[in-house]
Write a protein that binds this ligand. Structure first.
Ligand SMILES: [Zn+2]
Ligand SMILES: [Zn+2]
Length: 390
């Protein structure tokens, strides 16, 4: 046991027989929720501060997880700083969660205490609409329930609190099995950055011999390079910065194109099957359409806050191109991605940080100063206080 780490609760399924009084106490505790140590924001300008979150006692279908690692996603920065509109504070971010099961509800038979598991961006959805029934919960017509900052309709409209915490409780339908062969810290970013890039590559049916273009080499871009290479594709990275050329080649890219070099862009004319565009700042897509072959597609994953330069329909029409978007991935697809990563030895490149370094890590993320994902080590969280803040 690491000093400072909250003591896990007794496991519901493994309560040793004791005398009556002890047994009563144990079964009483088994039905209680935990107070989790956490880091989160209390206002848009507070930065991340120590908080204590009340987790519900596992209901029949719930899995309680002792969180070990949680990746830091750009969405976390935008959300905690209120850059995406009004937020409910306090807000504990984090949707790249890896940990071990500590307790399970009575009806859970696909997870057991001790299992290595993950939770991504989704903790609930309507389970009835066409998208949910097709396994694309991220496109739920009632709106998916996000892992943090969302109204949890099946749990009294409580606001969900994310994975920068010592524990989390999630319905089994939204919990993933993380293969034991994956490094748990480096696997955490697969739950958002990994699936966000895997899903469009799979949807497009990328296979051996295809040429994949990746625009931007951050958290998403570096996963796109690794996953496309593992699928057998040839990968070309587009970047505006000369300093990223060697980094892209190190990750396995076959070629790097400086997108500001018009001649280099022209030389790529009709050479690519699918482009994964991870850039969230407004940028002109027309030069990229010219690099696509007939029937090619450009998937935009980054959501710019300002308008983009207009797309020229002529460039789409003349080559039967598709201009598409894509949002994370469904639960079944996320499991497929984790199994694929285990099979091909794919994980994120990470820099592990402690709770005290989170605010600095956020500033470095905004400055683009990370290779390629920060991951919080939850053993560095303070002990929870006796009263919950959220
Ligand atoms: Zn994310
Ligand atoms: Zn639905």
């Amino acid at each position: 046991m690491t000093p400072g780490r909250p003591v896990p609760p007794p496991l519901a399924l493994h309560i040793p027989p004791a005398d009556d009084a002890e047994q009563d106490l144990a079964s009483e505790r088994a039905g209680e929720g935990l107070l989790a140590a956490a880091r989160g924001a209390v206002s848009s300008t507070s930065g991340l501060v120590p908080l204590t979150v009340a987790r519900r006692a596992p209901k029949a279908d719930d899995v309680e997880i002792a969180v070990e690692f949680c990746g830091l996603c750009h969405s976390d920065v935008h959300a905690t700083r209120g850059e995406w509109g009004t937020q409910n504070y306090p807000l504990v971010p984090g949707h790249e969660i890896v940990g071990r099961v500590s307790r399970v509800g009575a009806d859970v038979d696909d997870f057991a205490p001790g299992d290595l598991v993950g939770v991504g961006c989704i903790v609930d959805s309507c389970r009835e609409c066409e998208s949910c029934l097709d396994g694309f919960e991220q496109y739920c017509e009632q709106g998916m329930t996000g892992t943090y900052g969302a109204k949890d309709r099946r749990n009294g409209d409580a606001i969900t609190q994310g994975g920068y915490a010592s524990s989390v409780v999630v319905d089994r339908r939204y919990v993933l099995h993380v293969p034991e062969t994956l490094d748990p810290a480096a696997a955490a970013p697969l739950l958002c950055a990994g699936i966000t890039t895997f899903s469009p590559l799979r949807h497009f049916g990328v296979e051996e011999g295809d040429v994949v273009g990746v625009v931007g080499l951050g958290g998403l871009g570096h996963m796109a390079v690794k996953l496309a290479k593992a699928m057998g594709a040839k990968v070309k990275v587009f970047t505006t910065s000369e300093s990223k050329v060697s980094a892209a080649l190190e990750l396995g890219a076959d070629a790097v194109v400086l997108s500001r070099d018009e001649e280099a862009m022209t030389a790529e004319n009709r050479s690519i099957d699918i482009i994964i565009d991870t850039v969230a700042a407004p940028h002109d897509l027309n030069p990229y359409f010219r690099t696509l072959r007939r029937d090619g597609a450009l998937f935009q994953l980054g959501l710019p806050s300002e308008a983009m330069p207009p797309v020229n329909p002529g460039s789409l029409i003349r080559r039967r191109l598709s201009y598409a978007g894509s949002l994370i991935g469904g639960i079944a697809e996320t499991q497929e991605m984790l199994d694929f990563c285990a099979e091909h030895g794919v994980v994120s490149d990470i820099e592990l940080v402690g709770a005290e370094e989170l605010n600095e890590a956020y500033d470095r993320m905004v400055a683009g100063d990370v290779k390629y994902r920060f991951v919080l080590d939850t053993t560095t969280l303070q002990a929870p206080s006796e009263r919950a803040d959220a």
